[in-house]
Structure formats: structure tokens, C-alpha cells
Design a protein around this ligand. Structure first.
Ligand code: ADP
Ligand code: TRP
Length: 331
């Protein structure tokens, strides 16, 4: 991969505390990939507005997501890190793309259907969510979008819209991106065994009070095999979570204990708790320090936002030109 030629982009919604599903499914790849290209990572606050109607909470979660990323190793010298709302060209492009989007394409949106089925109000923002996401990606000519499995369809929609725009206006104005999904951690299970998600109240937050983390780990659903009997690690939730944190040797040792019997789920949960605590220990210390210096966090977002806005404006100018959108001035 040629570093200069590859634009990597991803976004994350600030609609609650980030959890280990977000970490293994997305954030870890984001941080690793900041070494591999020109990386753009942003906090998708407009997207969160489709589900969250509380200004104070949105501000707070936006700050916390920034804290989490910086504590987990996002380096603002390597990646452009910013808030979606600092790049108004994104909503501008979203409107233009929306004018080319068949309603039938949005009606196929699995994520929309899932969210409505889960009880979210079916507002227009939620319905056209993939168009805004496409604009997020296309506005920087992004090539690679690291996301979790559930975002695959949105990236396909993004490619469709880029190609539709290019065909309609006759030129290579927008670049079609590829998703990047890490298969081995495609879906991290929650404490109830379903996909871990903020919407299902089954998460293990990356950063949590010791007491609360312990309570959540201890509440992970298991079967009722008695302590003394052998257990199958491959069909157990706790083991699936342990596998995320343990190295190969630790994993084999713990799996052997499961199979031998005399090792209960309570033991496995304690093992998981200790692995989690160790894994996030340094990041937790960095986060505490950053939290005491919010101006560092806001400075990073401001500088990232400035850079992203300049890049977005470069892509936007020929698009205004070819679509015939009048502009009396550029700021
Ligand atoms: P949530 O379902 O908690 O609201 P988001 O939809 O905001 O999470 O997802 C943010 C990122 O984390 C996306 O790239 C998504 O694919 C990934 N992700 C979310 N939950 C999981 C999970 N349980 N396993 C793997 N990746 C996940
Ligand atoms: N829809 C993504 C999620 O829920 C967040 C997101 C918004 C995003 N815009 C994006 C992800 C652009 C990748 C690229 O996780």
C-alpha cells in the first residue's frame, strides 16, 4: 500500500459510552491504520442527532469519544481527528447526493429497519442516514473505510451514489471506496450473548468504574453446566470475550481448564475481568490525565477540523461547478 495514495476514513457516533465491540470491531483498526495512510477519523455528531435529542448529552458524548480515542492511542500528528460538524461541506454534499438517490435504495436499508424495529422514531434523518454517511466518505476522496460488519451495506450504498454521481455528471468527481472489515472480530457478543450494542443495554464499556465493570462482567449470560463438569469453551460467551484479550498461550490454558471440569463460569469471569483491567490499564491512566486538560482535546478537534475542511472544500468546488450550484463567495 502506498502511504501517500491511500486515504483511510472512518466515523463513530457519539451516542453513548464506547464499548469493547466498538473497540475490537472498529477503533483498534482505526488506530493501527493511522500508520498506513492518510487517515481521517471523525465524531459523527449529526448522525447521532437521528437518535439522540439532548444537546447537553450530545456535547458530553462528543467530548468523551474524543477522550477515548486519544487515550486509546489516536495520534493527532498521524491522523486527522475532528468533529463531523466542523466540515459543513459534508451536509452540502449530502443534499446533492440525496437529489440523486432513489427512495427505493433507502427503503432497502437494513440498519434503518433494525433501528425502527428496536423502537427508534422513524424520522427522515434516520431514513437518509446512509446518504450523509456517503458524503462523509466521498468528501475526502477516501479509498478505505475500516468498519464493523454491520456497516457493509452503507459502504455499498456509498459506492452506488459515487458511481451514480459520476455517471450523471460525466466525470471522475468522486472516488468509490472499499470497506475494510476484520473477520475474526466481526461481531463481539454482549453480556446477553447478542451482538454488543449501545441500543441493547448489553455492553462492556471500554472505560468504566471498577465496580460497574465487575458487575457487568459477572452478569454475562452462560449456560447452567455445574462447576465440576467439563465445559465447551467454543460455545461460551465468557470465553469468546476472553479470546479478545488473551494471547494464544493464555487462551489454550483457559480452554484446557474449561474442558477439564472443576472450573466454573465464575472463575472464567474473574479471569476476563483481570484481562480487561490489564488490557486497558495504560489507556485508562492516559484518559484520566486528558480529562483534567479538556483544552488539549478541543485543540486537537479544532486543528483536525480545519485540515479536514480544507480538504473537503477542494473536492466540493468541482462538484458545485458541474452541478451548477451558484456560490457568491467561498469561506
Ligand atoms: P452501537 O451498535 O453500539 O450503537 P455503532 O453502531 O455506533 O455501535 O458502531 C460503531 C462502530 O463499531 C462500527 O464500525 C460498528 O460496526 C462497530 N461495532 C459496533 N458494535 C460492534 C460489535 N458488537 N462487534 C463488532 N463491531 C461492532
Ligand atoms: N454509521 C457509522 C456507525 O454507526 C458511523 C459513521 C458515520 C461512519 N459516517 C461514517 C462510519 C463514515 C464510516 C464512514 O458506526
Amino acid at each position: 500500500m502506498n502511504k501517500q495514495d491511500t486515504i483511510i476514513l472512518s466515523g463513530i457516533q457519539p451516542s453513548g459510552k464506547l464499548h469493547i465491540g466498538n473497540y475490537f470491531g472498529a477503533i483498534r483498526q482505526h488506530i493501527a491504520m493511522q500508520e498506513q495512510g492518510d487517515a481521517y477519523y471523525f465524531i459523527a455528531n449529526y448522525h447521532s442527532l437521528t437518535s439522540l435529542k439532548n444537546g447537553e448529552a450530545l456535547k458530553q458524548f462528543t467530548f468523551e469519544v474524543a477522550l477515548d480515542y486519544l487515550a486509546l492511542g489516536l495520534d493527532p500528528e498521524k491522523a486527522t481527528f475532528f468533529a463531523q460538524s466542523d466540515v459543513p461541506q459534508v451536509t452540502e454534499l449530502a443534499w446533492i447526493l440525496g437529489s440523486l438517490t432513489p427512495v427505493s435504495l433507502m427503503e432497502k436499508g437494513v440498519s434503518y429497519k433494525d433501528k425502527v424495529a428496536a423502537g427508534l422514531h422513524p424520522n427522515i434523518g434516520l431514513f437518509t442516514y446512509p446518504i450523509l454517511q456517503a458524503a462523509d466518505i466521498l468528501i475526502y476522496h477516501s479509498n478505505i473505510v475500516p468498519v464493523g460488519e454491520d456497516q457493509k451495506q452503507n459502504i455499498e450504498i456509498c459506492r452506488d451514489l459515487a458511481s451514480k454521481f459520476n455517471h450523471t455528471f460525466g466525470g471522475d468527481f468522486l472516488v468509490e471506496p472499499e470497506e475494510f472489515i476484520v473477520k475474526s472480530v466481526a461481531t463481539v457478543p454482549g453480556t446477553d450473548g447478542q451482538k454488543m450494542s449501545k441500543s441493547y443495554d448489553n455492553t462492556l464499556p471500554i472505560f468504566d468504574e471498577a465496580k460497574s465493570r465487575k458487575k457487568k462482567v459477572m452478569s454475562i449470560l452462560t449456560d447452567s453446566t455445574p462447576l465440576e463438569e467439563p465445559k465447551d469453551p467454543d460455545s461460551d460467551n465468557v470465553f469468546a470475550l476472553i479470546s479478545l484479550f488473551a494471547d494464544e498461550t493464555q487462551k489454550e490454558e483457559i480452554a484446557a481448564k474449561y474442558r477439564a471440569g472443576g472450573y466454573g463460569y465464575g472463575h472464567a469471569k474473574k479471569e476476563l475481568l483481570s484481562l480487561m483491567n490489564d488490557y486497558f490499564h495504560e489507556a485508562t491512566e492516559r484518559r484520566v490525565k486528558l480529562q483534567e486538560n479538556p483544552s488539549i482535546v478541543y485543540d486537537v478537534l479544532r486543528e483536525g477540523g480545519k485540515h479536514a475542511r480544507i480538504q473537503a472544500e477542494k473536492v466540493m468546488q468541482p462538484i458545485r461547478e458541474v452541478t451548477g450550484i451558484h456560490r457568491s463567495f467561498n469561506i
